[in-house]
Design a protein around this ligand. Structure first.
Ligand SMILES: Cc1cc2nc3c(=O)[nH]c(=O)nc-3n(C[C@H](O)[C@H](O)[C@H](O)COP(=O)(O)OP(=O)(O)OC[C@H]3O[C@@H](n4cnc5c(N)ncnc54)[C@H](O)[C@@H]3O)c2cc1C
Length: 546
């Protein structure tokens, strides 16, 4: 076990409360937040629904689940020792390896002793009299703390499609984010996959390897690009370990914390042959380069976006033999990169297999799930297994599953009725002493880089408060307005914000999420950090501290 460096213990906030800090969630955010607050000498407790650590990588055990971030850019960067100890075996790590990594981290820093598993938080109420939070678990037990930190994940509440008869199906059925812990065989089975987002794509290309027959129900095709994953040998890993400082410095500079840097040229600055060669190069390169390392105007200029979209459409047509199927796989309602780009490995070739069928449910909608399978407007299909790759109630979903109440008993749902309003994505006015790690309006992208920043910023603020014996932190209205306006302003002109997706707060399977909201901060991560740094350096004037 590694020794954790202790700073001078700050004054505990209140001996009468059960804890100084309660953290909800034991994913990447919750684990690091626990470690950082322990360093301040605080009494910290983590409550987690699952039976183990890892969050996303604990729950998403579906076949083919893996990173689209480079593994070595995704892991924690805070401990040089950890970086030197851990060997990634693939450039885009599969879920079991990432889960092993997070368990290794939990053991190395002795984190489990402060985590209570099988403990879903159902309510959290602010108590003005004691300036504290009281949380209630599913089993009815209550726990109090000065500070509440939500580390509940932007993509952690799965959604099922709103189709009649889901419960009536007699075969096996799974949501990808609630996949069983035991192996599932597809051999000889008739399997349906509903959904073709990033998760659906990963699932489909894996299931297709062994399945008896696979039917894919697609509502909206996505623009997918090749992942080009490969193994990391010992020598390469040694090289990566030597370059960690450089890698994380690079992630700090880029728009979305990936290793890919946006090309400073505009699409039509270059001759057609050069443009084509550049697109070919990106299509043949690993990871998100084609999205995050492309010409600088592909997500702001319609013509530029059409150029890259045409290029990828041609690739799909080349790879899928049946032109009718290829056409169905090409998105028509949004341009390349305006939704998160699923990265794939031989995904399009799956549709050339004789035992695979694509059903376009815009043409022939699903009417209901039946005891035997799925009934669309023109056919009845029988299945042994249905896989729901129908995604998440993203960003705000996990907040709305908790009865969260701030001052005067107002609920977070009420406070966010027209979409989230936050101060730097970390605080909500009227919810004093509550801090969100990667809440709405924070920089996402290569998410652990944003998590580390958020966690350290929150720890610094709590240190600032405990050192001064301050016990209440509520962001000022003007600061919330200014930040929310900034979130709106930096999103202007972005084609991403003109498209319905989880990134713009839309999910047709969730009531109240039919129209776009300001769900996400779409400016650059460096600009986000500059704003937050200025708040800290200025002594947190934007927050009413007392
Ligand atoms: C399939 C998939 C692939 C992804 N790939 C990438 C990638 O390649 N790169 C990238 O940057 N990001 C990726 N992400 C995003 C990923 O969610 C983040 O990278 C990161 O794991 C978020 O960590 P977190 O700790 O903030 O949240 P999570 O990992 O979601 O953890 C939140 C935890 O909170 C718990 N929780 C929630 N509500 C409650 C409650 N009420 N009571 C108790 N516990 C609760 C949950 O059980 C969960 O364990 C991916 C997401 C998915 C779903």
């Amino acid at each position: 076990m590694a020794a954790v460096e202790m700073t001078e213990p700050a004054a505990r906030t209140d001996a009468g409360l059960d804890y100084d800090v309660i953290i909800i969630g034991a994913g990447i955010s919750g684990l690091y937040q626990l470690l950082k607050l322990r360093e301040l000498g605080l009494r910290v407790k983590v409550f987690e629904t699952g039976t183990g650590v890892g969050g996303t990588w604990y729950w998403n055990r579906y076949p083919g689940a893996r990173f689209d971030s480079e593994s070595w850019s995704y892991g924690y960067s805070f401990s040089k020792e950890l970086l030197q100890e851990w060997d990634w075996t693939e450039h885009f790590s599969p879920q079991p390896e990432t889960l092993r990594y997070l368990n290794y981290v939990a053991d190395k820093f002795d984190l489990r002793r402060d985590i209570q598993f099988r403990s879903r938080v159902v309510a959290a109420h602010f108590k003005e009299a004691t300036r504290s939070w009281e949380i209630t678990l599913e089993d009815g037990s209550r726990h109090s703390a000065r500070f509440l930190i939500t580390a509940i994940g932007p993509l952690s509440t799965p959604t099922m499609p709103r189709i009649e008869g889901v419960e009536s199906f007699k075969g096996a059925s799974f949501h990808t984010a609630r996949w069983p812990h035991e192996p599932v065989s597809f051999e000889g089975k008739r399997v349906a996959v509903i959904g073709t987002g990033a998760t659906g794509v990963q699932t489909i290309q894996e299931v297709a390897k062994t399945v008896g027959h696979l039917t894919i129900f697609q509502r909206t095709p996505n623009w997918c690009a090749p992942l080009h994953n490969s193994k990391i040998d010992k020598e390469t890993m040694e090289g990566i370990k030597k370059r960690y400082d450089e890698i994380f410095a690079r992630c700090k500079e880029t728009h979305a914390c990936f290793v890919h840097t946006i090309d400073p040229r505009r699409t039509f600055d270059v001759m057609p042959e050069e443009r084509e060669a550049f697109f070919e190069h990106l299509y043949a390169s690993p990871g998100f380069g084609i999205w995050q390392g492309n010409f600088k105007d592909i997500l702001t200029d319609r013509k530029a976006n059409a150029a890259i979209s045409d290029f990828v459409a041609r690739k799909i047509r080349e790879r899928v033999k049946d032109p009718v199927v290829a056409d169905k796989l090409i998105p028509k309602n949004h341009g390349f990169g305006t939704r998160r780009v699923p990265l794939e490995t031989k995904y399009y070739e799956v549709y050339n297999q004789p035992n695979v069928k694509l059903v376009d449910i815009k043409e022939t909608p699903i009417e209901r799930i039946t005891p035997k399978g799925i009934k669309t407007s023109d056919a009845e299909y029988e299945f042994d297994m249905i896989i729901y790759a129908t995604g998440f109630d993203a960003i705000t979903g996990s907040f709305h599953r908790i009865d969260l109440r701030g001052t005067g008993g107002q609920t977070l749902k009420e406070a966010w009725a027209g979409g989230p309003k936050t101060f730097v994505g970390v605080q909500v006015e009227g919810f004093p002493n509550m801090f969100m790690v990667v809440g709405p309006h924070t920089a996402l992208g290569n998410i652990p880089r944003s998590i580390e920043y958020n966690v350290e910023w929150v720890a610094d603020l709590i240190r600032h408060m405990t050192e001064r014996r301050l016990t209440r932190a509520d962001p000022r209205s003007e600061a919330v307005e200014a930040w929310t306006e900034n979130v709106r302003a930096v999103g202007e002109g972005s084609l991403v914000n003109e498209v319905d997706s989880w990134m713009t707060g839309v999910n047709r399977n969730v009531e109240g999420k039919q129209v776009r909201t300001l769900a996400r901060y779409s400016g650059s991560a460096p600009a986000y950090r500059a704003w937050c740094d200025a708040v800290a350096v200025g002594g947190y004037k934007e927050i009413d501290l007392s």
